[in-house]
Design a protein. Structure first.
Length: 400
């Protein structure tokens, strides 16, 4: 059955336009909405409309567009951007299927595509027994094929997208990006971090050797991006610093006195907020500076393999921790936060009492998530986009 797709904002890459071309070749109708210059540049020659009004007026505009276009489906990247939030009630009122793309729950070489929503809005069950029941009818999760993903391709598309936003700013004068910082400042921060990359790796290797050679018992707390919807929307924190404050206070008062805490910065953090200085000062004030280490790099699998436990807000590192059978607690809304996978007894008790996950439950959960929500591919490289397009078309056409 041929469908009619309304596509909203996608990634800063040609992926959405290539997906639209393939869907049209298969007989489906596709109409794209551009909200900014980057969207316009990456729309290609597709059938599209430009939204140049205020975000507050989007609900009415979407309603008129849906009524006029006889759409059956809506596609978007991320479901918490302001321009997408207005579509949720409209799609529900008019019976449209909503398909949301996001970075992969499983890394690397995978991306996410779910109906209704992702992350905290995902409709994946949080009932361990449900996944165990599904294991007999769910295929084993395959290893992802290499996509060729690299940061240079991603950076190229991001810079091009942001440059187009600036070039066409007068046309889309009411557009507000979901990213809070000016692109110049973000890339200046990333450039400064790149200049210190070798030193960061040396420091992380030194800390890792210090921990392993001395046999220290330690926990890992991987940070997330401050502007990520996982922090802004799907966590109890107003930012990463507040999360650091909660974790460090609990560690200082409740963790065994012979244990250490390793705080690992996010690999794409711009450095515009100095988390290292904030964490070290707080650790000093709490009297645990000698047991806290902050690293900006490091081989995560090695650190996870030997960790006593892992604290996350809702990072995808949580799935890696489960893979390594480390005790895990999620402080935000995570798809894997359920009895048997994560500690449910609160952070203060976690440090001493948490147990490793149930390996059978983890495998049942992973198999189901990969089979039903993950697509092998990426949004930025030629090979990765080809893989992702083929997988996405198959999933979209099968959706009911």
């Amino acid at each position: 059955m041929h469908r009619s797709f309304l596509t909203l904002q996608g990634t800063a890459s040609p992926f959405f336009s290539r997906l639209a071309v393939t869907l049209r070749e298969r007989g489906h109708a596709v109409h794209r909405v551009n909200f900014c210059g980057g969207d316009l540049v990456y729309a290609g020659n597709s059938n599209s409309s430009n939204y140049t009004g205020w975000p507050a007026d989007l609900s009415n505009w979407y309603t008129d567009k849906v009524k006029a276009g006889a759409f059956t489906d809506v596609i978007m990247f991320g479901d918490c951007r302001e321009i997408h939030l207005h579509m949720h009630s409209v799609s529900q009122a008019h019976g449209l299927r909503v398909h949301v793309f996001e970075e992969g729950y499983v890394r690397p070489h995978w991306l996410t595509l779910e109906k209704h929503g992702v992350n905290g809005r995902s409709q994946l069950p949080r009932d361990p027994a449900w996944y165990l029941d599904q294991r007999s009818v769910t295929p084993p999760s395959p290893a992802g094929r290499f996509t060729g993903y690299n940061l240079l391709d991603r950076a190229y598309h991001d810079i091009r997208y942001r440059a187009a936003n600036t070039l066409y700013a007068a046309r889309f004068r009411h557009y507000r990006s979901h990213r809070p910082e000016n692109g110049f400042f973000e890339y200046a921060g990333l450039a400064m971090r790149a200049l210190r990359d070798r030193q960061h790796h040396r420091d992380a290797e030194r800390v890792t050797r210090e921990l392993l050679d001395a046999g220290h018992r330690y926990y890992i707390f991987p940070l997330q991006l401050n502007s990520d919807a996982q922090i802004v929307v799907h966590s109890p924190f107003d930012g990463v610093r507040q999360a650091i404050e909660k974790v460090l206070n609990s560690f200082a008062w409740h963790a065994p006195s012979d244990t250490w805490l390793v705080i690992k910065n996010h690999p794409l953090d711009t450095g515009l907020i100095d988390y290292r200085r904030f964490a070290i000062k707080l650790a000093r004030d709490l009297g645990v500076a000698d047991r806290v280490r902050f690293i900006d790099a490091g081989h995560l699998p090695t650190l996870l393999e030997h960790a006593r436990g892992v604290v996350v807000v809702n990072s995808t590192v949580g799935l890696s921790a489960l893979h390594h059978r480390r005790p895990l607690i999620a402080l935000g809304t995570a798809i894997y936060s359920m009895p048997g996978l994560t500690w449910q007894g609160g952070l203060d008790a976690f440090w001493e009492h948490a147990d490793p996950s149930d390996v059978h439950l983890y495998q049942a959960f992973l198999d189901y998530v990969v089979h039903h929500t993950q697509i092998n591919g990426d949004f930025y490289t030629r090979t990765g986009m080809e893989m992702a397009t083929a997988g996405a078309v198959h999933r979209l056409e099968a959706a009911t």
